[in-house]
Design a protein around this ligand. Structure first.
Ligand code: XMP
Length: 511
């Protein structure tokens, strides 16, 4: 039997996919469509509820999207969010005004009527996230106000009889206290959801869709071993098996054992897996180069060249898979489908490889949903939870010129750091952690002798978006264990420092 469905009608808001994600989190299948989806199509989909998203405009502008009045005749519960409450009020004969004094942006203290089904079981007061210039001056017939703030008398409205609800704030964002519980209340108390959707269902649907699209075509994927490309590879492999070829360019700049781990997972014959051992080639090109930008450029270009050579051997492919995920996508204007901000992990590939179409099977998922899908595909936990690793790899963690020897030293030290962080149970609370082989040498003493060896820097950061970051407060005893082990177990390092700069002013990587 088909899953229950909730439709999110997109009026051009920036949070449309976030709303969808929240609905999925509540265990209900959800699809986002343009606000202008026809009534016939909506009827055919038979949703248990409809959500209107926010939007950037004032409802009275000619070009503003308007809700089709027939939507309110379908007998389906509707929740309007932000602009969505205006669209609902306007369509049903209420009055929306632009009131300078009632503008609200950001966290706002809000009072709720807890006998309203949306707020049932929740505290009567809390912070909500507002972002509106217009507000409702007159309620449509049959509606009552069920929440207010100091400057907004209708922060939420309901028509119990028709099961129509509107909220002026954004329940889908984390800043709104209990916002997700409000959405859950709408889904379960108003729409009658039973919570019949899981990531397993998503996987099943995604596999069916990919099969229908690919048919007997050939599919190519550049596998880096990172979370997104790995999950995309596992998904495509599940869907089309050996019609998929994954090319894994091992540039010799991976962490310890990483290349072999990737091969172990994906090289078991369920897909065509090609590992290109291109270490010598990359190191040759990088010899003597110490400028960070030049390193990146060389690696990017060489990567394309190697990939292209391998792809040519396969011949024409029909589809190229990209592991683009939702945060990589920029929304275009009003309700249009999203445009890709190309996620050039692998620098401009599509221009170099002959293919007919791109497949982006993860483009609607957030990072933690991608991880969940990875688990569903039975990828190992260490891969699914892998921290970000830059495309240029250890090349930008060996400061100055790169040699095989320096890479070897760094690899061993980084492995110990990761091992101790894991043993201390800190691997998920520190968002990224790694070692950097600085190009500095200093004097030390080991046994009875003088040493003149490398200084190793440790870096650990906490962050949500990697745009800004704080240095992680790793406990001293953990730092101590890491330091003692590295100087004892790794040659050529006699001094270890911990990087205590945030981003900004520093960046996360050193180069
Ligand atoms: P920065 O050093 O700019 O890093 O603060 C922010 C995040 O991006 C990662 N990073 C990269 N990822 N290709 C990538 O795929 C790159 O060239 C690259 N450079 C930095 C970095 O590890 C951190 O997570």
């Amino acid at each position: 039997m088909a899953n229950q469905l909730v439709l999110v009608l997109d009026f051009g808001g920036q949070y449309n996919q976030l709303i969808a994600r929240r609905v999925r989190e509540c265990g209900v299948y959800c699809e986002v469509h343009k606000y202008s989806l026809s009534i016939e199509e909506i009827r055919a989909k038979a949703p248990i509820g409809i959500i209107f998203t926010g939007g950037p405009n004032s409802i009275y502008l000619d070009e503003s999207p308007k809700a089709d009045p027939q939507l309110f005749e379908l007998g389906i519960p509707i929740l309007g969010i932000c602009y969505g409450i205006h669209a609902m009020a306007y369509a049903l004969g209420g009055k929306v005004v632009s009131n300078e004094n009632a503008r609200e942006y950001g966290k706002t203290d809000t009072f709720y009527n807890t006998s309203c089904k949306l707020f049932e079981g929740l505290p009567p007061e809390g912070i909500s996230w507002m972002s509106h210039g217009d507000s409702i001056a007159e309620l449509p017939e049959g509606f009552v106000s069920v929440a207010h703030t100091a400057s907004c008398s209708v922060a939420a409205m309901e028509n119990v009889h028709k099961k129509f609800y509107g909220v002026q704030f954004h329940p889908e964002v984390m800043h709104t206290e209990n916002g997700i519980s409000m959405l859950r209340n709408f889904l379960y108390n108003v729409c009658g959801a039973i919570g019949d959707w899981t990531m397993g269902d998503y996987l099943k649907t995604a596999v069916e869709q990919i099969r229908a699209k690919v048919r007997d075509g050939k599919v190519l994927l550049a596998l880096s071993g990172g979370v997104d490309s790995s999950v995309a590879a596992a998904l495509l492999s599940r869907a089309v098996g050996t019609q998929l070829t994954c090319i894994f360019v091992d540039h010799g700049l991976m962490r310890k054992n990483e290349g072999d781990e990737v091969e172990k997972i994906f090289g078991d014959g369920r897909m065509n897996f090609i590992r290109v051992n291109a270490e010598e080639r990359f190191l040759g090109k990088l010899a003597g180069v110490s400028d960070p930008e030049t390193k990146r450029k060389i690696i990017g270009e060489e990567f394309i060249r190697v990939f292209e050579e391998e792809a040519k051997k396969i011949g024409t492919v029909d589809f190229l898979v990209q592991g683009t995920i939702y945060p990589d996508i920029i929304e275009s204007g009003l309700g249009d489908s999203a445009v890709i901000k190309s996620h050039h992990n692998v620098g401009g590939l599509p221009d170099y490889v002959d293919f007919k179409e791109i497949i982006e099977p993860l483009r609607l998922l957030f990072k933690d949903e991608v991880r969940q899908l990875g688990r569903e595909l039975e990828l190992p936990e260490y891969l699914v939870m892998r921290q970000p690793f830059p495309g240029p790899g250890l090349a930008i963690r060996v400061i100055g010129d790169i040699t095989k020897d320096k890479l070897e030293i760094l690899r061993e030290a980084d492995f110990i750091l990761r091992d101790e962080i894991m043993k201390a149970g800190l691997e998920y609370s520190i968002n990224q952690y790694f070692a950097v082989l600085t190009n500095m040498r200093s004097v030390g003493v080991m046994g009875d002798g003088r040493t003149y060896d490398y200084t190793l820097a440790l870096r650990g950061v906490t962050t949500t978006d990697f745009m800004t970051a704080d240095w992680a407060r790793i406990p001293y005893d953990v730092l101590d264990r890491i330091s003692v082990r590295i100087v004892n177990e790794v040659r050529s390092i006699n001094r270890i420092v911990y990087d205590i700069t945030s981003k900004p002013p520093a960046t996360i990587e050193w180069e």
